[in-house]
Design a protein around this ligand. Structure first.
Ligand SMILES: [Fe+2]
Ligand SMILES: [Fe+2]
Length: 229
């Protein structure tokens, strides 16, 4: 584990506050050197991305969030014909600067990742997930729109799974998320307006987004503690 940094509250950034308050009771599995993901040209390796995650994000709950978003982005990459590693690693490291710089989120992505050769399109995609919140980088590509839309939704899906009898996403359906969406006091830190904005960007119904988010999180169910108990 790398350096540790105190988590500071940032009232303007509700989703990160949400993730900092959820309770987990398992150990996140981060196994550097045991990943068989093939890196394509100009795409950083997953091993290197995991090392950067450990160096800059020591908070376990933020690591879980990173794995949730990576899983969903890999799923969506295959659906949209994108590069799975590019989409997945953008998801994995999209909050790379949050723990160190909660009040300057997305502003330090370049200084962290550029020295490691991260290409411009991946840096821009990370910056664009904070559009209207902490950056003015508008999501333009499908990758950018998906990250913007699904980042926030992973929080609602995660919280919904935690209160189910199975405590799992493996047997969860969109209907469960739909019910919780309507209860504004449930996972209140999840900004429903941002998710709706993302759905509009992608031209998706919310139910479709719930299903896709669940499908993506199923692929990393063991890593995020929402698989078979
Ligand atoms: Fe973020
Ligand atoms: Fe995030």
């Amino acid at each position: 584990m790398g350096k540790t940094f105190p988590i500071q509250k940032n009232a303007d950034d509700s989703i990160h506050d949400f993730w900092s308050r959820i309770r987990v009771n398992f150990v996140t599995r981060v196994e550097i050197g045991k990943v068989n993901t093939m890196a394509v040209a100009n795409t950083p390796s997953r091993d290197e991305a995991l090392m950067l995650l450990q160096e800059h994000v020591s908070d376990e709950k933020l690591q879980i969030h990173a794995f949730c978003v990576e899983g969903v982005m890999r799923y969506l990459a295959r659906k949209h014909g994108g590069d799975e590693d590019e989409w997945g690693l953008v998801g994995l490291l999209h909050d790379i600067d949050y723990q160190q710089f909660p009040h300057e989120h997305c502003k330090h992505v370049r200084e962290i990742l550029e020295p490691h050769g991260w290409p411009e399109e991946m840096l821009r995609a990370i910056e664009a997930h904070g559009w209207g919140i902490c950056t003015d980088v508008e999501p333009k590509t499908t990758l950018e729109k998906c990250l913007f839309a699904f980042d926030e939704l992973t929080g609602l899906v995660y919280a919904t799974a935690l209160v189910r009898p199975s405590r799992s996403v493996l047997d969860m359906k969109a209907k469960s998320v739909r019910k919780k969406w309507k209860v504004r006091s449930f996972a209140a830190g999840v900004n429903r307006e941002i998710i709706q904005q993302g759905a509009d960007m992608l031209g998706l119904e919310l139910d479709e987004m719930y299903t896709e988010c669940i499908m993506g999180m199923r692929e990393v169910a063991a890593e995020i503690g929402l698989g078979d108990s």
